[in-house]
Ligand binder design. Sequence first.
Ligand SMILES: Nc1ncnc2c1ncn2[C@@H]1O[C@H](COP(=O)(O)OP(=O)(O)OP(=O)(O)O)[C@@H](O)[C@H]1O
Ligand SMILES: [Mg+2]
Length: 507
Amino acid sequence: MSDIILKMRGITKRFPGVVALDNVDFELRRGEMHALIGENGAGKSTLMKVLGGVYTPNEGRIEINGKEAAITKPLDSIANKVGVIYQEFNLVPTLNVAENMFLGREKIRGPGHLRKSEMERQAAKAMAQLGVRDFDLRTKVKHMSVAMQQLVEIGKAVFDDIDILVMDEPTAVLTERETKGLFQVVQKLKDDGMSIIYISHRLEEVIELCDRMTVLRDGRIIETIDNRDRNTEKDYIVKKMVGRELGNYFPAKTAAIRPDTALEVRGLTRKGTYENVSFSVKKGEILGLSGLVGAGRTEIVKSIFGADRPDRGEILVDGVPVSIRTPNQAKKAGIALVPEDRKREGVVLGMSLRDNICLPNHEQICRLGHVSRKKRLELAERYIKDLQIRPGDPDRQIKNFSGGNQQKGVIAKWLAASPKVMILDEPTRGIDVGAKVEIYNLINGLAANGTAVIVVSSELLELLGICDRILVVNHGRISGEFDREHFSQDAIMQASFDMGGTEHEGV
Ligand SMILES: Nc1ncnc2c1ncn2[C@@H]1O[C@H](COP(=O)(O)OP(=O)(O)OP(=O)(O)O)[C@@H](O)[C@H]1O
Ligand SMILES: [Mg+2]
């Protein structure tokens, strides 16, 4: 048996206006874990969609186990023992685990109706293969933590008896602890002989896990790096990815905090979710909310934004109590939220980038009561430039941008509204290093101009890098507060884990 399990040769994929893949050669060795890395829009997901039969390339061919593999639809890839977990989740929220695993598989699983018990038995077997045993297969996916959903995605992939597993950003939505759990699952699959392609923007993680890494830039292969000693320099990879040296990751802090309070929250409570949450943010201050996924951070900021109703508590903007029952009222009060789940809440996928940016910014694009086409274009173009959204085409539909560039679009739309209080929930999730630096600079710039900024993030290093102050949320309560002079990674981790309570469901 050859050492090479998969060869992709001369793959070219063109979309209107972009060459997403330009004559790409890629090889996967049997039993290796191989990272695919590159900036947002580099072509990583597209290459994997070609392998998964979602896209047909304009040119190129695929060989698996030395034989030409004709992959023109998703079922062909499964028939070739390739399982792909895509960047955006593909589970049906209203179905349970077993039903999700069987969805669309009827053809391979044989005709006729499988008995429910048989379906559940097989689903349980797939999950056991991952080392996941004690959970209810009948739970609907929408009631599960994201970490658990991620495991179900993997279970669904290995369920098909595959040799090659592709994971497109599996950890983007997980906390550090959940990530560790996922790594164990991946390690187990690897020990069982699976060949794995792994896409991630978290370079530390890639260095820790992968045997080799292939860098893509602008649809071309730049280099394949041997990492069997787990010792590759991060700066080296970054340079290959962005094609230039990247300066400091975090912007220099400009002393911008003003004496006046922009937002105050008093005794905010939503039963079973968070309790008695009180804090304030000053103008020009960057406040971080740290904690585990599921600790209640997203729910707290959603309530401030009027997307969730608290049972009790008060919200004050510029010292004045405001009644916020809807996002529209929050917006009027000067509060903006870049949500965690951009696909569901952040953008209108079928609309153009320009329309998405202009959507909440009606006033700015009107002149004498009419929408001004010129102003619309100016507004969109300004943010495309500031955030370096690629490709810089305001008319392209949001859904046709890469994951990271979609996220920049969401941020742009709220930046354009110039809010007094800007809340960003996991703003750099799934965003490459270069774009992260751009977003950190933007956040810093917002604060320098007097905006109060709240950042929810599961990447502690990021909060330590950009915030003036960090609050830790643990089981719906604030369990710690740290000023920049007293930042300590250990103490913050401690505050997010302790309090005895049961561990968060998940991996
Ligand atoms: N369905 C599509 N229609 C048009 N253009 C597309 C489509 N899918 C991807 N593209 C374009 O192809 C290029 C590569 O995108 P791709 O999603 O593969 O990037 P990526 O490396 O996965 O980025 P990210 O890290 O942001 O997920 C981008 O310029 C993107 O806008
Ligand atoms: Mg992608």
